[in-house]
Each structure stands twice: as C-alpha cells, then as structure tokens.
Design a protein around this ligand. Sequence first.
Ligand SMILES: C[S@@+](CC[C@H](N)C(=O)[O-])C[C@H]1O[C@@H](n2cnc3c(N)ncnc32)[C@H](O)[C@@H]1O
Length: 275
Amino acid sequence: MLKRLIARIDDFFYRVILKNILKLSKLGYGFIVSGAESGENFEHIYNNKPQGAFLIGKYIDKILLNLPSVRATRERKEEIKKILRKEISINRSKGRKTRILDLASGGARYLRELKIEHKNGDVESLCIDKNMRCINLGRSLAGRENVKNLKFLRGDIFRLGHLKAISQQIDWKPNVIIASGLFIYFNDQAVERVLKEIYQSLPVKGAVIFQSYENLSSRKLMRKTSSTSAGEQWTLYYRKPEFWKKLLNDIGYKEISISRDEWQMNNVCVARKDA
Ligand SMILES: C[S@@+](CC[C@H](N)C(=O)[O-])C[C@H]1O[C@@H](n2cnc3c(N)ncnc32)[C@H](O)[C@@H]1O
C-alpha cells in the first residue's frame, strides 16, 4: 500500500512537476516536445550554450547540459572524430579516398567538424536521416559553415535493402559507415540486420564505426519525462561490449575494438570487413 503510494507520488513528481519545469529550458523542451532522439537536440548538446525561457530556463539548461550523460555525448563525438581522422590518414597513405556514409546522421556534427579533411575532395561524406527536419538542419549548417563534399539524403536505414539501393542509385560506395546515437532505439534483430547490411555494403578492409550505450545515468529522467518524436514511450536497449564482440564476430567482422568512456555509458565500436 505504502509502496504504491510512494510510486504514485514519484510518478506525479516526474511526469507533472519536473516535466513542466524542464520544459522551460531549451534541451528539456526539445527532449519532451520534439522527441529525445531528434538531431536538433544533439546540435544543442554539442553547442553547449545554455538557452531557455527567462533566466530560470537558461539556468536549468545549464544544469542539463552538464549532466554526465550529456557530457558523455559530447565526449563520444570527439572519440568518433579521432577514429575518423585515423581512418582518413590510413586511406590517404594508401592513395585512397575516404567515403563516409553516416546513418541516422542528425546534423552530422562530427563530420562538419572535419571541415579541413573534407576540403580538398579526398574525403566525401553522405548523411542519411529519416527526418526531413534533420536533413534540412544538416544541409543548412554545412552550407553556412562552408563544408565541402558533404551531402544529405532522406532515407530510412531500417528498410530492408535500402543501403544497397542507395549506393547503387548514386553510384557511390562508402568505405567507412558510421551509426551514432541510433542502436539504443532498436531491438537486437533490427540491429543485427543493419550490421549485416553494412558488412555487405563495405569493401574489404572497409570500417564500421558505431556508438552504443551500456548504461545511461539519466535513464529514469528520460523514461519518465520524455517521449519519442511519435509521442510514444521510450524503449531503450543497453548492451555490453561482449554483446557487440560476439555479434560482430558472428557476422564476419575482424579487427574489432570497443572503447568505453570515463562514465561507463558510451561504447564506440570499430570493426573491419575481412577478405
Ligand atoms: C540521437 S540522433 C543522432 C544524431 C547523430 N548521429 C549524432 O550522434 O549526433 C538520432 C537520429 O536518428 C535518426 N533516425 C532514427 N531512426 C532512423 C531510421 N530508421 N533511419 C534513418 N534515420 C533515423 C533521427 O531522425 C535522428 O536524427
């Protein structure tokens, strides 16, 4: 009886009181109203400049932007850039272009920040996202920042055979495929299918780079206050590095390496297609 009462008070606190307070901040509003997975929220996280309604909204935004899970998101972007730079340098030393396909790119911040690398044409990137608002955002920011050789295309990467169809359609074959901030929203079967499709799309020695969560310190806050862009309750999938190692191995990937951030939340996995 008491337990049930406590649970109801807790629920009321999160779903009514906290939710409405958080909405005063830009990040809180974005997570609650536009859907937590929105690429626009991630741009705000990367910008790390508090905004909100009145001083109080700005102050709440500052707190949210400094939560460990949010700092870990900025950190993983840096890790992805580091891996990409290494990949670009390997390809350069072999006289090869680096062609990056970013799945569920949002605004593709990590690619836009590799502006110098994209400049002379030996790095080309194609970003795919199913949300037209994210495509428009990425396009306009890349245009404003004058990032060359970076294109955006609308597409649903979970549609069977879609990856292959896209690269055939535009006669462009990626040798690096990224997926960041995506797999947490999809079940094991869906993720396995996409990783198999990626394997088929890559050339030998081509790399897949993806981010995954093994934990999220703001799990409860997310579950109780935010919803998906379709207005549904979140189902989030946390997976340990061992899960990825086994799956990647089973598919045939080699040179698998998985990093873990200092908060033990994000894993960034890199693997290669074998001969
Ligand atoms: C959390 S954001 C990640 C953005 C970016 N990759 C990053 O890490 O900063 C997730 C993105 O996945 C996109 N998305 C979700 N499901 C998708 C699907 N089936 N096909 C393509 N994009 C999808 C959303 O529109 C959103 O922009």
